[in-house]
Design a protein around this ligand. Sequence first.
Ligand code: SF4
Length: 238
Amino acid sequence: MIAISEIFGPTIQGEGALTGVPTVFVRTGGCDFRCSWCDTLYAVEPRFKADWAPMSAEAIMAEVERLSGGRPLLVTLSGGNPALQPLGELLTLGHAKGYTFAIETQGSKVQDWFTELDHLTLSPKPPSAGMAFSQHRFDACLAAAGAHTQVTLKLVIADEADYQWARDFAARYPQLPLTLQPCNPAPATPDEPERATDLDALNARLRWLVDRVTADGWFEARVLPQLHVIIWNNERGV
Ligand code: SF4
């Protein structure tokens, strides 16, 4: 069974290389990290485990089909860390019906079903997240992608230290398309679910990041905000 925090959509992908693409989100419950600025703690912290429904691949696919009216589209597997879950059967079922699948994971856990993914976004966490990084686990995730899987790198930047880390990290993987994303300055939390982010502060971070990238001539990087935060602020399930 797969631990599911929420399934919602259709909406658009709000971040990374697929920004703007219509999608249904399947958010799994549980994460092996606890990043300082996580914006989905309701799908991370064990105290919310009772909210995560154990669902079969068939039941998840039925809900995705209901939400999409049976019209195949991109299914985004998010979390938490969706790489903790047994998702191979879901990919097989969905592909048979014409759906495609994208996952975002921090690169801490490899699964053999990575080879079946259409899109694999690896998003290792920068120093500001306060989490340890495992190079060999990240490289194992990268190696597990299939020949047809589109792999991209997404790095969240909160400050100058993150920026310098991102410069060094991305230089090791020149073959990967790269997205840089300014960190949400005020994400909602389970204890403050109605908290609004500071859009002026977010825009200031975005401008700062654009200035840094262009001043450095870092032309391989694409700078993108979280589009869903700009449209819906910190609202959940959109
Ligand atoms: S890896 Fe992602 S879901 Fe897990 S704690 Fe960090 S930001 Fe949250």
